[in-house]
Design a protein around this ligand. Structure first.
Ligand code: SAM
Ligand code: SF4
Length: 472
């Protein structure tokens, strides 16, 4: 079993079904069930879909057998993700045989990639809807109810769902995600996202700040600004003739309230500017943590991946971060076994991990995706056993780095935002420090609640968790 600190993917959340309430106080005339796969963007999109459906009289249920509408928000990033969804669709299809009125819909990246194939050839679903077309869901449901095939996979250059207030489906009431941009213009050669999610566009900054304020007013104490490449956020406020860069946006959200923590994900290393780093330093409530995906430590492989930076440039970027923000937490994404990768390239990845001292990484085996630049240009020529062995080495190294990083924190005291009970015991709290590390500590006689900030001294650790005690 791989330890959690060295995540291979956020597997815990894959396929999770959410509904905001066990017993929804509002009355809806129909029920929908939604299951989400893939990245945080998809989970966040499911909350937009839930909001659209609530307005149409559909209430969320956690039980698909009760649902009139079953939706799967899907991911195409690796082949395995698609296989999981297909298996799930076949299971739902069987339930539909006994309950013909039930509609099944596929949302997100697989809908975009496979388009009407799922409807027409495989006859697995009734509705296919791409990530930019969620506003047309009510019309598509009506069409599907009359027995027609309902598809909308049009990508947009403008859609940001800025005016839709998401229904928080998996809420602890303390931390929430805010989508600030959609799509990606980067064209990393391995990646299907630019094809499934379209061109990059930034959301109206005023609506982002308003959403953060609304969350704060409702008791939330942490927001994560989300996008495939948040640092290239750029929006012009025509009323003030002001250009809002990501650094400016970060500051605006941080100014909502000093008690609201601000995080962001994901940063493409080429776009994270000095201005962003200085803004992080300037505002205490912007968390000192950056997810900075490396992908590979070899300049030759980085070029084939079209990442636009070299090994040396990445090392310099990490040094710059650590110079400006000395206590900054850094995590990464790493791909093992990309086309033509040699042992030397692989060792370059291991050595850069060691130098960067990542606190945590998401680690993947390269999976060729049809239509991507890599699939068209290069041969997927690394044997599966070699890919697996290299991934194992990467995971083992990350496990060691995570443990070493946690051990360095023993004896230190951190301000921790309490998110709730620890998973293992209701007599312990669980929270995070600014570096995004999970800290577990006994409640004892502290008369607090989730959403409180407390000072916690770290006494011990595992590879995935710091263990401490409240000192105030
Ligand atoms: N936009 C983010 C970035 O550039 O860092 C990441 C988006 S992607 C959803 C998350 C991660 O999936 C990537 O950083 C990469 O490591 C991994 N990934 C993407 N395509 C992949 C593929 N074809 N095979 C294996 N891993 C892949
Ligand atoms: Fe994919 Fe690269 Fe865009 Fe990230 S930056 S979503 S890896 S194309």
């Amino acid at each position: 079993m791989l330890e959690l600190a060295a995540k291979v993917h956020d597997e815990v959340r894959q396929g999770e079904a959410f509904a905001p309430y066990k017993n929804d106080p509002k009355k809806y005339h129909k029920k929908f069930y939604i299951e989400s796969y893939g990245c945080q963007m998809n989970f966040s999109d499911s909350e937009i879909v839930a909001s659209i459906l609530n307005n149409e009289g559909f209430g969320a249920t956690r039980n698909y057998e009760d649902a009139d509408l079953v939706l799967l928000n899907t991911c195409s990033i690796r082949e395995k993700a698609e296989q999981t969804v297909r298996k799930r669709l076949t299971e739902f299809r069987k339930i539909k045989e006994a309950k013909p009125g039930m509609l099944i819909g596929v949302l997100g990246c697989m809908a975009e990639r496979l388009k009407s194939k799922l409807l027409e050839e495989e006859k697995l679903v009734d509705i296919v809807i791409g990530p930019d077309a969620y506003r047309s869901l009510p019309g598509l449901i009506e069409e599907a109810e009359t027995g027609q095939k309902a598809v909308n996979v049009l990508l947009s250059r403008e859609e940001t769902y800025a005016d839709i207030s998401p229904v928080r489906l998996d809420s602890n009431g303390i931390t929430a995600f805010i989508s600030i941009m959609r799509g990606c213009n980067n064209m990393c050669s391995f990646c299907v996202v630019p094809f499934t999610r379209g061109r990059e566009r930034s959301r109206d900054a005023c609506s982002i700040v308003a959403e953060a304020q609304d969350l704060f007013d409702k008791g939330f104490r942490e927001v994560t600004l989300l996008g495939q490449n948040v640092d290239s956020y750029y929006w012009i406020d025509e009323t003030k003739n002001e250009a809002v860069t990501f650094a400016k946006l970060l500051e605006k959200v941080a100014l909502v309230n000093p008690a609201l923590r601000v995080r962001f994900s994901t940063s493409h290393p080429k776009d994270i500017t000095e201005e962003v780093l200085h803004t992080m330093m300037k505002c205490d409530n912007i968390c000192k943590y950056i997810h900075l995906p490396l992908q590979s430590g070899s300049t030759r492989i980085l070029q084939l991946m079209n990442r636009t930076y070299t090994r040396e440039w990445y090392i310099a970027k990490v040094n710059q971060i650590k110079n400006i923000i000395p206590d900054c937490g850094i995590s990464s994404d790493i791909i093992a076994g990309f086309c033509t990768e040699t042992e030397e390239d692989h060792n370059d990845t291991l050595s850069i991990m060691e130098r960067s001292k990542y606190d945590m990484s998401y680690m993947f085996i390269y999976s060729e995706r049809p239509g991507t630049l890599a699939a068209r240009r290069y041969k997927d020529d690394i044997a599966e056993e070699v890919k697996k062995r290299r991934l194992q080495e990467i995971v083992e190294l990350q496990n060691r780095l995570s443990l070493e990083s946690n051990k360095r924190d023993i004896g230190k005291t951190f301000e921790v935002l309490i998110e709730g009970d620890s998973k293992k015991s209701t007599s312990d709290w669980m929270g995070r420090n600014t570096q995004n590390k999970v800290i577990v500590f006994p409640k004892r006689n502290y008369d607090g609640k989730k959403g409180d900030y407390v000072w916690v001294k770290v006494n011990d650790c595992t590879q995935a968790t710091l263990l401490g005690e409240i000192i105030n």
